[in-house]
Design a protein around this ligand. Structure first.
Ligand SMILES: NC(=O)c1ccc[n+]([C@@H]2O[C@H](COP(=O)([O-])OP(=O)(O)OC[C@H]3O[C@@H](n4cnc5c(N)ncnc54)[C@H](O)[C@@H]3O)[C@@H](O)[C@H]2O)c1
Length: 282
């Protein structure tokens, strides 16, 4: 009901919901989430599905893909529009086949990536170094951007790409040489691609999560019994909020960047979601 103070009660709730829905709804959109069976990828795909998007999870192993698809269906109560495709993202031909199978989609979220141990620079195993570079720069960012944007440009689809950067895109973490270099590259590639694709209406942005426990970093940050390793303690000590992030705390950034109505003029940025980790102060 409209009063002198504005809209009240049930009508106010309805008006707020209508406004937020218009701003952030992903109904009618389809999103591909690479690394969609990972800890963060699954949760981000779930957030997009809850906002109305159909989602296709891409990752290299069948069982985790199946488990993540089932989890998203259960959490959203949806029976359709949640699919997966097994694909090795290190392989361009495999990715092209996955794109054909996905049909038209408007959102690409690149959540494939990760690290592999840590070591002093002079002891770095070069096979590991090349693997982590390839996983994060090629499979986790460049190759999907290349093949998907090519398709979008041909089909005149003004899509939205979200890459996943890291705290190490800004400041190196000790001992993870390739991961640092790779994630700095992800931020850089995001900016370069944003400029190149802007004339086609394709937006390219990134999210830089602080520290969230995932498969790739759990062993670096926590011991078998769940207590913190020295590195885990150092991370917490360096994070003004004094804790790791919870996956749901990334979802506002995901939905914001996906939503053309909310972020239609936003491209080339990287949003840190880090509990203040990047704030260097005394
Ligand atoms: N967890 C964190 O604290 C954190 C912080 C900053 C950035 N990140 C980044 O976020 C992203 C997701 O992290 P996560 O913690 O969910 O990782 P995760 O290890 O849980 O998931 C990684 C995903 O990538 C997939 N993958 C790996 N190699 C692949 C390949 N060759 N082809 C296809 N799929 C492949 C895996 O199957 C899995 O689905 C990564 O880029 C990671 O570097 C994570």
């Amino acid at each position: 009901m409209e009063t002198k103070e504005g809209i009240k009660g049930q009508d106010a709730t309805g008006a707020v919901c209508d406004y937020l829905c218009k701003m952030f709804s992903l109904a009618g959109k389809k999103a591909v989430v690479t690394g969609g069976s990972g800890v963060l990828g699954t949760d981000m795909a779930c957030a997009m599905a809850r906002a109305g998007a159909n989602v296709v999870l891409w990752a290299s192993r069948e069982d985790p893909l199946q488990a993540s698809t089932e989890r998203i269906k259960k959490e959203t109560g949806r029976t359709d529009g949640i699919e997966y495709h097994k694909v090795d993202l290190m392989n361009e031909d495999g990715m092209l086949a996955a794109i054909d199978a996905a049909g038209d989609f408007q959102i690409l979220l690149n959540a494939c990536g990760g690290g592999r141990g840590k070591s002093p620079l002079i002891e770095q195993d070069m096979e590991n170094f090349r693997f982590v570079m390839k996983l994060n720069v090629e499979a986790g960012c460049f190759l999907p951007m290349k093949v998907v944007a090519k398709r979008w440009i041909e089909k005149k689809i003004p899509g939205c790409i979200i890459n996943i950067a890291s705290m190490s895109s800004y400041v190196p973490l000790s001992g993870v040489w390739a991961y640092n270099a790779a994630k700095a590259a992800v931020k850089n590639l995001t900016e370069g691609a944003a400029k190149e694709f802007a004339p086609y209406g394709i937006r390219v942005n990134a999210i830089a999560p602080g520290f969230f426990l995932g498969e790739q970093n759990r062993r670096l940050l926590t011991n078998e019994d769940g207590s913190l390793t020295d590195r885990g303690k150092a991370v917490i000590a360096h994070t003004p909020f004094g804790r790791f992030g919870q996956a749901h705390e990334l979802m506002g950034a995901v939905l914001y960047l996906c939503a053309n109505e909310a972020a239609g003029f936003v491209t080339g940025i990287t949003i840190p979601v880090d509990g203040g980790y990047l704030v260097q102060n005394i």
